[in-house]
Design a protein around this ligand. Sequence first.
Ligand code: BG6
Length: 489
Amino acid sequence: SETPASLIMIFGATGDLAKRKLYPSLYHLFRKGKLAEHFAVVGVARRPWTNEVLREHVKDSVLSSIHDAEDIEKFISHFYYQSHDVTDSQSYIQLKDLANQLDQKYSLEGNRIFYLAMAPEFFGTIAEHLKIDGLTDTDGFHRLVIEKPFGHDLDSAIQLNKQIRNVFSENDIYRIDHYLGKEMVQNIEVIRFANAIFEPQWNNRFISNIQITSSEMLGVEERGGYYETSGALRDMFQNHMLQMVALLAMEPPIRLTPKEIRSEKVKVLSALRSIENEEIKDYFVRGQYGPGEDNGQQLLGYREEMNVNPDSNTATFVAGKLMIDNFRWAGVPFYIRTGKRMTEKSTKIIIQFKDVPMNLYYNSEKKLAPNLLVIHIQPEEGITLHLNAKQSGQTMETTPVKLNFANNDVAGLNTPEAYEKLLFDCLRGDATNFTHWDEVALSWNFVDKISNFWENKKAEFPNYPAGSMGPEAADQLLEKDGFSWWPVS
Ligand code: BG6
């Protein structure tokens, strides 16, 4: 199905996100016939580019990931560039004139998407100008797509939200959390609610703990400036990790509408046990990578990276234990860890079921392994169920077996990138996989207590070598509850 005619304005058109994700995703939609003839894109940024320069740039960005880019000339002919000063009304008035012309030329019916893919300090200003300078004065829809970070803490998020809500209604605000566009993150809900065997067991009577690991191999690269103000807690935990928790823990929605799904997620986030001050030590561990080695290659410590304070107190790793105090989850820890410069790039969810009431097959060498359901988010996409079966032969010994489903093995299936799906959803007006303000507010509320506590106390950093699975304290976090991290490879 096609998307409605629309004008897409990308603020930050010369930036990295537009180049790596947005242009290739738009091209994919175009090639699949999902972008109507009736679309135009205005790239907005400070640099004095022309339409031609932008079009070449878009073409390069598409060609760097897709070699056989059919119809690329036709695609880029829909792109226009406007050199822009985000604080100057004059710029917006010019932009409005261009938008109105394109509206006519492509019959866009006044439908507009404003995509802010740039430094967050201007989000509020841009939203206000869009209204004051008349860019939202058309008959069609007006949607704001906004990249993270959505504020730096609860106060700044409230501030930002006020500014954008002066112009756009909640229903027209699409706050991106790109994890919600990932195929296997979207699959969590389907695995849970389309299978009779899981949902009856999906609670504290049958599940002993849930583990979510999202590890990265890369360090901070050239993003030291941003990362110094964020750290792993704000960069990954406040958004991506808590979103996965909400999807794993929510009640079945009464129907699959954005309103119903998001309100179930909100309930999970409001049931998170709030932890404060000294208590935080029992629930959270922070880490920062020091120098290390990967296959003979020397890796810098975080404090040696570009634009990082040599004395930095910023966490590049965080592990936490979350308790969801409601009927379904009381007593079941959700263990989360995420960090930079770990041993591999991988995101996995492991659901560990409780042991059988007694073990008939126990012998001195072997304990019965618990049943695990593993949801592989990336790089591989799939599901594995760990069971125990009989070892073949004249024995009653057990042996672990795995039932595997690999999404990437489905013939002809080439999972679209998260951004392609999210752009498509936004064009169709489906906000399910975007975060509602209530989710953002509750997440910050939880995270702020931890970051405040940490910021007031100097950490003993670095505490894990680059290329490892994080500090030892992260293992102890589970050990004291009688658990351990399941290997993710
Ligand atoms: C982003 C963070 O939101 O997610 C990055 O800002 C991180 O620091 C990235 O690298 C991870 O996303 P993905 O899709 O590569 O797992």
